[in-house]
Write a protein that binds this ligand. Sequence first.
Ligand SMILES: [Zn+2]
Length: 571
Amino acid sequence: MTATAPREEQLWSRCAGCASLLYRKRLRRNLDVCPECGEHARLGAPERLRQLVDPGSLGLMPDQLPETDPIDFVDVLPYPHRLSAARASTGLSEAVVCATATIGGHPAVLAVMDFRFLGGSLGCAVGELITRAAERALDDRVPLILITASGGARMQEGALSLMQMATVSQAIAALREAGLLTVSVLTDPTYGGVAASFATNTDLVLAESGARMGFAGPRVIRQVTGRALPEGFQSADVLLRHGQVDMVVQRRSLRGRLAALLAATRAARPTRPPVPRQEPAPRRERLADAAPAGGDTPAVRDAWDTVRLARHPGRPTTLDYLDSVFDGFLELHGDRLGGDCPAVVGGVARLADRHVMVIGHQKGHTTAELVARNFGMASPAGHRKALRLMRLAARLGLPVITLVDTPGADPGVSAEEQGQAAAIAENILTLTVLPTPVLAVITGEGGSGGALALAVADRVLMLENAVYSVISPEGCAAILWPDRSAAPQAARALRLTAPDLCRLGVVDEVVPEPSTAAHDDPAETAHRLRAALLSNLLPLLDVPPAMLVRLRRQRFRRFGMARAGARAGAR
Ligand SMILES: [Zn+2]
């Protein structure tokens, strides 16, 4: 609903669906659903909670986190100014409100996102608050209900936002292991990193009537495909038809439906004692405060030049490395569900005398190769092939090595229809608990959720001229700057280079490239990569799988605290 004239704002609203002028109080009584056409207007988190929970049962969880700007992001406005404006206009401290409550007498923990606050974007604080809500559900042994509304990960917090997809997913995995129900309710709109993680990797996924959900947004897909989108694309009813949600629920039925689901699963709920919670690891240093790297630091290159090197067509691909770094690669194909994605290759190989499972994105050097490999943009079938190979590796006791080089996941119409968001989400969740060593290397472009789907690992390495980012510099520029020509500025603001990400703790080690770049001396690059893989993999082989998973969880759990710790560091 959009407001009419300012003076009338309190009294009347115009329906976004049928343009009827509606009396505000009548609309509110009808749960903000248009009585004329059934359009479900967006709800803020406080109103959503009021509609869903039993009166008097609401206990708001603390939402005050020490605040900062972890990568000192500035577009046309400094990030702290955007945050203050969002706070002033919503009265909320962040884009999520978490609470304990009962619904139909059944206790649950709820995390409700609010789209009005910076588009419901997922940053470190939002990730931390939702993770705490999940931990509270685990402690209390009650179900977790997530009400999602988000444009995706928060660009202004760079790759640290991307890490939140893993942080929250592993909290969901812990509830899954403990036999506690997780439910997400998709509300309009749910996109990007939120769709590709906790909105779809819960036990049950409900969609509110009229909600739209997808990995790529309609504007991006139209731009990429140059075609009009099918009728109802990404809408709740179409998602249901494509098998991506359990049910579509009218707002007036939502509370009753949740109560019934909680009741149905309550009988089966185990009553084991609570699992002790892991303390988050110590904070990371704020980027600007971090000490400069040691004496043999390579010359500092402009971030935009690095982006161009990372995309250089001569840069070695995953198949090149499989040939030069590994021996005896046996490629395994197929997702066993109907597809084999050429943008992802995987199979068993030897590294020195060890057998390993290698999975990576495949680009190409010529236009024909790039087209045949869909430019390294994985379809859902590609993510599901990777998932199958990861699980196979764990069963066989093989370590997993992933080579990440993708502009992002395939943003096409059929990718969306086949469940791109859920496919990425399932990989991220599975990697957080995979009981075998996982070593990831960002070799070229680490593009957003598509990269993270192969990069939740015990150790994350990055080639010196690779980039890893929550969004492409062009995409970021188009949203936050007046136009796409600001891509070089966006590249600098996003902190997407290997040295920056190493300082932020997103990456553990930078693998130096030969003097100009990898494409000038692929043999030397391969030699250095092999040495780095061996020195990082061998210590992991001695760690028992349960311990590996625990340490991996700590590695990703600490990113939620990055924001909280940074202020302490700054003061
Ligand atoms: Zn209407």
